[in-house]
Design a protein around this ligand. Structure first.
Ligand SMILES: NC(=O)c1ccc[n+]([C@@H]2O[C@H](COP(=O)([O-])OP(=O)(O)OC[C@H]3O[C@@H](n4cnc5c(N)ncnc54)[C@H](O)[C@@H]3O)[C@@H](O)[C@H]2O)c1
Length: 263
């Protein structure tokens, strides 16, 4: 299937994570489709990733940005505007499950909202003129935590809940411009950040086994590649009549009947 993403400018936030993280994987998949990936992140790995892609003849840029700072987000949008003028898709992927729970300070809670939700608003707001130009679309990366809770992570849970609200709000707001807005819901995907989290637990291996055994489809974690494939399909013209949706890519972990687990 040709996704028709060739030469389409696709902005991905939080895309300079360690290789195998979700944003980085999305960028690799975009490059394979001939799209133009724009990496927005604060980590210098983004320079290396952009250079690696350019060395393969792929038009890609890294825009170093602290996404928790709205003025830097505005500057990033300006840089993208000067270089490309329009955006086919904006994938708001940045997110850190930072454990700002009920015992955190109000400032830490506010920071979590800034990074995990306000950055989505700021990117979308400042990129909107370019999205309008290309009749582009928005894809927000959500989390099961907003639906199921996790414990100890009020900031992240609230922010991801807000991300679902914004997804539907923007679908309504932007329908008059033909701009779609959707969210991908992730539950348990094996990324370097997930690996790092498991390693912080005393009983990490046991916990991991327990989680994996409860994922109905094939008792395995979702791969970042499976998430990236769904993202590419959702931003492509092949999903041209899908808007305001929360698309769950989790092997049935959140929504299927729990009795499946005892069979
Ligand atoms: N892995 C999972 O199981 C899972 C589950 C649910 C949701 N998610 C969501 O998927 C997305 C990606 O997750 P991941 O595991 O690949 O994360 P990751 O930690 O590997 O990547 C996060 C990226 O955000 C960047 N970042 C952090 N703070 C920043 C800041 N202030 N400014 C700019 N960049 C900043 C980091 O440099 C990194 O590149 C997140 O939104 C996360 O909430 C993941």
């Amino acid at each position: 299937m040709d996704l028709n993403l060739k030469n389409k400018v696709v902005v991905v936030t939080g895309a300079a994570g360690i290789k195998g993280s979700i944003g980085e994987t999305i960028v690799q998949h975009l490059a394979k489709e001939g799209a133009i990936p724009v990496i927005v992140d604060r980590n210098d790995r983004g320079f290396t990733y952009a250079e690696e892609l350019q060395a393969k003849g792929i038009d890609a840029i890294f825009v170093k940005t602290d996404l928790s700072d709205a003025s830097q987000v505005e500057a990033a949008a300006k840089t993208i505007e000067e270089k490309y003028g329009e955006i086919h898709a904006l994938i708001n992927n940045v997110g850190v499950n930072d454990g700002a729970g009920l015992d955190a300070s109000v400032d830490d809670f506010m920071y979590s909202l800034k990074l995990n939700m306000v950055s989505f608003f700021a990117m979308t707001k400042f990129c909107l003129p370019m999205l309008k130009k290309a009749k582009g679309n928005i894809l927000n990366i959500g989390s099961k935590v907003a639906l199921t809770g996790q414990g100890g992570t009020s900031g992240y849970a609230a922010a991801k809940g807000g991300v679902f609200g914004l997804t539907r709000e923007w679908a309504v707001d932007l329908i008059k411009f033909g701009i779609r807005s959707n969210a991908i819901v992730i539950a348990e995907s094996w990324t370097p950040a997930y690996d790092a989290w498991i390693k912080t637990l005393d009983n990490g291996e046991e916990k991991l086994k327990s989680i994996v055994s409860k994922i109905p489809l094939e008792n395995r974690m979702t791969t970042p590649a499976e998430i990236a494939d769904q993202c590419l399909f959702t931003i492509s013209d092949k999903s041209s009549h899908t808007t305001g949706q929360f698309i769950t890519v989790d092997g049935g972990y959140v929504n299927l009947d729990r009795s499946l687990l005892t069979e």
